[in-house]
Design a protein around this ligand. Structure first.
Ligand code: FAD
Length: 282
């Protein structure tokens, strides 16, 4: 079995989530020798023939081999992905990375905090928690109401043990404010006893995740954050996604890192490497 074999898959269904974001659905054969079942938070390398190969998280998968990616247009390759139609082909490798660790038994309550397209890698985790009837609170931050993704999926909240907090930077929908600030506000109403058994998962802009991490540190709440770095290979060869000073690679040691590690990563919230390997500000 090798996750590095490129498989060609046909786009079967496309969902326009909002302007500049689409979900592409395709299937892989679970009986194929190269098939590896994904875990929440893992990513694949997506090759658009003639354009580039880029890392994209799985926003959905099931036991039958139906996989989805949700892509935001930011440059050439993501634009090419959004221009694809049903029947077009892409190449995929993976799944890669560690993914999120599910909550331990003692963890009574979970916060999932997403910023923008960061909701995509968290979606399989949300589904898994729902399946396990694990209570969670979902905080989704977007710039404006037009950037909402997974509208149908999120409509199913709130349920018995799930609460949903939307917030927009401009106040055009639900709460006005940044996801990191809304999270801090919610915590203020929590008795100290209750924060002891919390766990936070987050994915989104790194500045947002850094603020959430700082809040969690103040309350002693463990956190798992999915980081984004430039990566060419996805499998530990190119080294562009290295985190100083530990030398951890975001592609193979991450993309999800917990508080224990993040405490020791000087780059977190501050630096990443560009395509030449030079350190630049986030
Ligand atoms: C583990 C991981 C999971 C990701 N999951 C998603 C996802 O689910 N949905 C989504 O829309 N985006 C996701 N991204 C980001 C996505 O990889 C970049 O937006 C994409 O690579 C941009 O390529 P481009 O050619 O369109 O843009 P370019 O014009 O090449 O670059 C625009 C910006 O995108 C980033 N970028 C470019 N190439 C890469 C690369 N090879 N690796 C990482 N970042 C790059 C850089 O910050 C760059 O400044 C993920 C990134 C990582 C590392």
């Amino acid at each position: 079995m090798s996750k590095n074999v490129v498989r060609t898959v046909k786009i079967e269904h496309v969902v326009e989530e909002c302007k500049n974001v689409k979900t592409l659905n395709f299937s892989v054969d679970p009986k194929n020798n190269n098939y590896i079942s994904p875990r929440p938070g893992q990513f694949i390398m997506v090759w658009v023939p003639g354009v580039d190969e880029i890392p994209i998280s799985l926003s959905h998968y099931d036991s039958k081999g139906n996989w989805s990616i949700t892509v935001k247009k930011v440059g050439e390759c993501t634009k090419a992905l959004l221009d694809l139609n049903v029947g077009d082909y892409i190449g995929i490798r993976g799944p890669f990375g560690n993914g999120f660790e599910l909550p331990p038994e003692k963890c009574k309550e979970v916060f999932i905090i997403a910023g923008g397209i960061g909701l995509a890698p968290l979606r399989p985790l949300i589904l898994e928690l729902k399946e396990n009837h694990h209570p969670f609170k979902l905080v989704i931050g977007i710039k404006t109401r037009d950037e909402m993704i997974f509208k149908e999926f999120c409509k199913n909240f709130p349920e018995d043990n799930v609460s949903n907090f939307y917030c927009t930077d401009d106040g055009s929908y639900a709460l006005k404010g940044l996801a990191s600030d809304i999270f801090t506000e919610i915590l203020k109403d929590y008795p100290r006893e209750r924060t002891k058994n919390l766990l936070v998962y987050t994915c989104g802009p790194e500045k947002m995740m850094f603020k959430i991490f700082k809040t969690c540190e103040r309350y002693g709440i463990p956190l798992q954050a999915s980081l984004e770095r430039i990566m060419r290979c996805g499998c530990g060869l190119c080294g562009l996604c290295v985190l100083d000073p530990l030398g951890l690679l975001t592609c193979t040691d991450g993309p999800v890192f917990d508080s224990e590690i993040l405490r020791k990563v000087d780059d977190f919230g501050r630096f990443k490497r560009d395509f030449t390997g030079k350190k630049v500000l986030i």
